[in-house]
Design a binder for this molecule. Structure first.
Ligand SMILES: Cc1ncc(COP(=O)(O)O)c(C=O)c1O
Length: 439
C-alpha cells in the first residue's frame, strides 16, 4: 500500500536506500551500476564527501533566504565561476531548480529582450524535430519529441520545427559530412523565410541531442552555419546543454566543441550532480544590457530562484570537477567506453550505430542493420530493455521515437565522470546478457 502517485502509475519500483560512487543499492542490498547518472545527473558520483560537507556547512549557516530580498554567497560565487568558464565575465546567470524552468527562463529572456529592443512581434521560437526541452507547458510546446508530445493531444502550442542534424539517417551516401552539415543547417534559413524573421525571437537546439535521438552530435560546420543564419536574421541562439553540458562531453560547455557562441545557454542535471535540484540560464552581456538600458527589467521569478543550498551544491560539484581533473577522465574513459562498445556490439545484428562524445554515448537499435529499419514495436523494446537492465543491476536510459513518432529505439549512457575501466567492462558484460534476453 502506497500513497505515492508514481511516474508509472501501476509500476513497481525497488526502493533505493544507499548510494556510493558508481553504485546505488536497494533495500534488499542489490547493487545497481549507475551507467546513466539517472538521466545524466550524477556527474561526480554518489555521496561525494566534499559536496556533502559543503551542503552541511551551508544548511547550518543559512539554508534559504528569498532572493527577492537578498543575494547570497553561493549564487554569487557560482555565477562568477560559470561566467569565467563561459569566457565572458559580463555574462549573467539566472538560477532556477530544473531544466524545464531554465528553458522557460531562456524563452522569457528572448521574448522580453525583443520587446525591450522595440520588436515585440518577434515571438516565435524555432526548435527541431526530435528535441526535448522540458515538460512544462511552454518547454514541451517548443520540444519536438513526439512520444512526449503525443500524449498531450492538441493542447500544446504548435511552434515551427526543422529537421535535426542526424547523419546516421539523413546524410546522403554521396554527401560529405560538411556538405550534410550545411544542408541540414540551411533548413533554418528556409523556415525563417517561411515564417518571417520579424516574427522569430530565437532558435533553440541541443548541441548533442540526448533523450530524443540517443546522443547525436551535429555534422561538422552545422552550428557555425546556424550561428551565421541567426546573426543574419537577428535571431537569438539558445544552446540547451541541460543534458550535454557541465563537462559531460569532455569540455565544460558542449558548444565549445562545435566552435560557436550561443546568446543563451541552459544547464541543469550535472550542474549540482543530483545533490540538489539546480539549473542555470546563462545569458551574454548584450542580453542583460538590453534590460538595463530599456529600464524595463526582466519580469520573471520562482520562489527558489538562486536558492543558497542548491547553489552551494553546484559550487561544490564544479570545484570537485576542477580539483579532481574529471574532464580529463571524461575524455579518456569516453574513448575507452566507445571502443569497448564497438568491440562488443559492432557486429551485433540489431545494433545500428554506436556514437557520442566524452561520457555521453548512444546505442541505436534497429530491426535490420542494412536498411536501418526500426523495430515495429519500439515502445515494447524500450520497456523490455528497461526491465532487463534493472534485473541485471544496470542503470542506463533506454528511449524511443528516434525514427518517427513511436518508432526507433536507443540506449543512452551518461555515467558519472569518476568512471573507471572496470566499470566499463562490467557494463559491457551486463549489456551482452541484456541484449541476448531482449532480442
Ligand atoms: C536537453 C534537455 N532539456 C531540458 C530538459 C528538462 O529538464 P528537467 O527534467 O530538469 O525539467 C531535459 C531533461 O531531460 C533535457 O534532457
Amino acid at each position: 500500500m502506497t500513497s505515492v502517485f508514481y511516474r508509472g502509475v501501476t509500476a513497481k519500483y525497488p526502493k533505493a536506500t544507499r548510494a556510493k560512487g558508481m553504485y546505488i543499492f536497494d533495500e534488499t542490498g542489490k547493487e545497481y551500476l549507475d551507467m546513466s547518472g539517472g538521466a545524466a545527473v550524477s556527474c561526480v558520483g554518489h555521496q561525494h564527501p566534499q559536496v556533502i560537507e559543503a551542503l552541511c556547512d551551508q544548511v547550518k549557516s543559512m539554508s534559504f533566504a528569498h532572493t527577492a530580498f537578498f543575494t547570497n554567497d553561493p549564487q554569487e560565487q557560482l555565477a562568477a565561476l560559470l561566467a569565467a568558464k563561459f569566457g565572458e565575465e559580463d555574462a549573467k546567470v539566472y538560477f532556477t531548480s530544473g531544466g524545464s524552468e531554465a528553458n522557460e527562463t531562456a524563452f522569457k529572456l528572448a521574448w522580453q529582450y525583443w520587446r525591450a529592443k522595440g520588436q515585440p512581434a518577434k515571438q516565435k521560437i524555432i526548435s527541431r524535430i526530435h528535441s526535448y526541452h522540458g515538460n512544462t507547458y511552454g518547454a514541451l510546446s517548443i520540444s519536438g519529441n513526439m512520444p512526449r508530445r503525443r500524449v498531450m493531444g492538441d493542447v500544446l502550442l504548435d511552434w515551427p520545427r526543422i529537421e535535426p542534424c542526424y547523419a546516421y539517417r539523413h546524410q546522403r551516401p554521396n554527401e560529405t559530412a560538411e556538405a550534410y552539415g550545411l544542408r541540414a543547417a540551411n533548413h533554418l534559413e528556409t523556415m525563417i523565410q517561411q515564417e518571417g524573421a520579424e516574427n522569430i525571437a530565437a532558435f533553440i537546439a541541443e548541441p548533442i541531442v540526448g533523450a530524443s535521438l540517443g546522443v547525436v552530435s551535429a555534422a561538422p560546420g552545422y552550428f557555425k552555419r546556424i550561428r551565421q543564419i541567426c546573426d543574419a536574421h537577428d535571431i537569438l541562439l539558445i544552446s540547451d546543454e541541460i543534458m550535454c553540458g557541465t563537462g559531460r562531453t569532455g569540455t565544460f560547455f558542449a558548444h565549445e566543441q562545435d566552435d560557436f557562441l550561443p546568446d543563451i545557454v541552459t544547464l541543469a542535471k550535472g550542474i549540482a550532480g543530483g545533490y540538489q535540484p539546480l539549473a542555470a540560464t546563462l545569458s551574454r552581456s548584450h542580453i542583460h544590457a538590453a534590460f538595463v538600458d530599456s529600464g524595463r527589467g526582466f519580469d520573471h521569478g520562482h520562489t527558489y530562484v538562486g536558492h543558497a543550498t542548491a547553489c552551494a551544491a553546484g559550487l561544490a560539484v564544479l570545484r570537485v570537477i576542477d580539483q579532481e581533473n574529471l574532464l580529463e577522465n571524461v575524455q579518456k574513459q569516453g574513448q575507452y567506453l566507445q571502443d569497448a562498445l564497438e568491440t562488443a556490439f559492432k557486429n551485433h545484428p540489431h545494433i545500428g550505430d554506436i556514437r557520442g562524445r566524452g561520457l555521453f554515448r548512444g546505442i541505436e537499435i534497429v530491426a535490420d542493420k542494412n536498411t536501418k529499419t526500426p523495430f515495429p514495436d519500439g515502445d515494447n523494446i524500450t520497456k523490455r530493455l528497461k526491465q532487463a537492465t534493472m534485473k541485471h543491476g544496470l542503470i542506463c536510459y533506454p528511449g524511443g521515437g528516434s525514427y518517427q513518432d513511436n518508432l526507433g529505439s536507443h540506449i543512452l549512457l551518461a555515467p558519472p565522470f569518476i568512471l573507471q575501466p572496470e566499470h566499463i567492462e562490467q557494463a559491457v558484460e551486463k549489456l551482452q546478457l541484456i541484449f541476448k534476453e531482449v532480442f
